[in-house]
Design a protein around this ligand. Structure first.
Ligand SMILES: [Cu+2]
Length: 229
């Protein structure tokens, strides 16, 4: 220990402060969890005729409840590590575009979320939650962004009172989290080394959890198979 510290100081004095900083960050020992979420069932997509704001919304709303991509990968599942503290906060953003919430599912740490309106028409954000207070606010076309607070961990349902088909989900998680892509893969970064519980949540297929062991600087893979209800 003493030997490596001395070597570190010697190295830092030669190559400068930037490298020293890197070696300290590495010593904290974060790893990555790569979750592979699969679903063996059929995709569920509902279609609805639209006769309002059709110049922005189109004439058909597509409500994607279960999105299954290549290799049975399940999209829009939230993978989180609730017990891991000190997750890096990135700014959460959800947009209303084409009368849809984009992305359909957002994962964020407790804090602020920026709600955008890219549509040039009136939307009315209406959220459903228990721990956080409900948001029910008109967002006229000139109001391009609103910032709201979601500071308690839970999954918050986003709807719009103007366009009844609009549906989005914001998962406020206490630890680091990520949403699966169209291949059903989510990479959760900066997870401290050690044993952790990994949770997967999907809006219609429910929850699952598994234990994993994360090692510093390494990628730990874990797979889930969600069951239909
Ligand atoms: Cu709307």
């Amino acid at each position: 220990m003493r030997k490596s510290l001395t070597a570190g100081i010697a190295l830092a004095s030669v190559t400068g402060a930037a490298l020293w900083f890197v070696s300290i960050a590495g010593a904290q020992g974060g790893g990555t969890i790569e979750a592979d979420v699969k679903y063996n069932g059929a995709p569920v997509v509902e279609k609805l005729k639209v006769n309002k704001d059709t110049e922005k919304c189109g004439t058909e709303a597509v409500i994607e409840k279960v999105v299954v991509g290549g290799n049975k990968g399940l999209a829009y599942a939230v993978v989180s590590v609730p017990g891991a503290k000190g997750a890096t906060k990135t700014k959460a953003v959800i947009d209303q575009k084409g009368c849809k919430f984009v992305p359909h599912v957002v994962a964020m740490q407790p804090g602020e979320i920026e709600i955008k309106n890219s549509d040039d028409i009136l939307h009315n954000i209406h959220t459903y939650s228990t721990a956080n207070s409900s948001i029910n606010k008109a967002q006229p076309k000139f109001k391009k962004t609103m910032t709201e607070k979601l500071d308690k961990p839970e999954v918050v349902k986003f709807t719009c009172d103007v366009h009844s088909w609009m549906l989005g989900w914001v998962a406020v998680t206490p630890g680091p989290a990520a949403v699966t892509d169209t291949n059903g893969v989510a990479k959760v970064e900066n997870v401290p080394a050690g044993k952790h519980k990994v949770e997967v949540w999907h809006e219609t297929l429910g929850k699952q959890e598994k234990e994993v062991e994360v090692k510093a600087g390494q990628v730990t893979k874990v797979s889930f198979e969600m069951k239909g209800k």
